[in-house]
Unconditional design. Structure first.
Length: 178
């Protein structure tokens, strides 16, 4: 018997729905958002899943890779495509979203997307973190320049510490803070 599974993933819990070939709901429930818990739910509620679907999101790459290590193939679909279908439902709940994802798995309405490797995700995290830190450093420098400008102190551009110290000479209350 072919079964189709939809996982609606959130940070703490994942709703799941299992449908048969005709679209009849065979099982549904909630489990912790953890690969081992999802594996147990599949083992307890499915005989032979033909396709398992979850939407793209923060945890989708990790869950897909970890379930893959357990021998379970998961299709990750574009959340924007799934959302276009989900807008049609009147009562939006996690359980209904899981049922709709199971229906998408059954009908093949959405194609799967490529899941990035863990190494690629780590590289992306490092690049984003660096960009975030650089942006905040720039914003802090601009804020300090603006605040000091209101006192008539011209804080030089650039990141030279020496130039900043010279601008604050004779102002110990400011130089300890800035």
């Amino acid at each position: 018997m072919s079964e189709y599974v939809g996982f609606d993933v959130s940070k703490e819990e994942t709703s799941f729905c299992v449908k048969d070939v005709s679209g009849k709901i065979l099982s549904r429930g909630k489990v912790a958002t953890d690969p081992a818990a999802l594996f147990e739910a599949l083992r307890d509620h499915c005989v032979c899943p033909s396709r398992i679907v979850l939407e793209t999101g923060t945890l989708s790459g990790w869950l897909s890779r970890e379930l893959g290590k357990l021998g379970i193939a998961v299709d990750v679909i574009d959340a924007r495509q799934a959302n276009a279908v989900m807008k049609l439902q009147h009562n939006k709940t996690d359980a209904n979203d899981a049922a709709l994802l199971a229906e998408i798995a059954r009908t093949g309405f959405c194609r799967p997307v490529a899941v990035k490797s863990a190494a690629a995700q780590e590289d992306r995290i490092l690049l984003k973190a660096r960009a975030h830190l650089v942006r905040h450093r720039r914003d802090m420098q601009n804020t300090i320049r603006g605040l000091l400008g209101s006192l008539g102190i011209r804080f030089p551009k650039g990141s030279g510490k020496l130039a900043g110290r010279e601008a604050l000479e004779g102002r110990p209350e400011l130089s300890t803070t800035i």
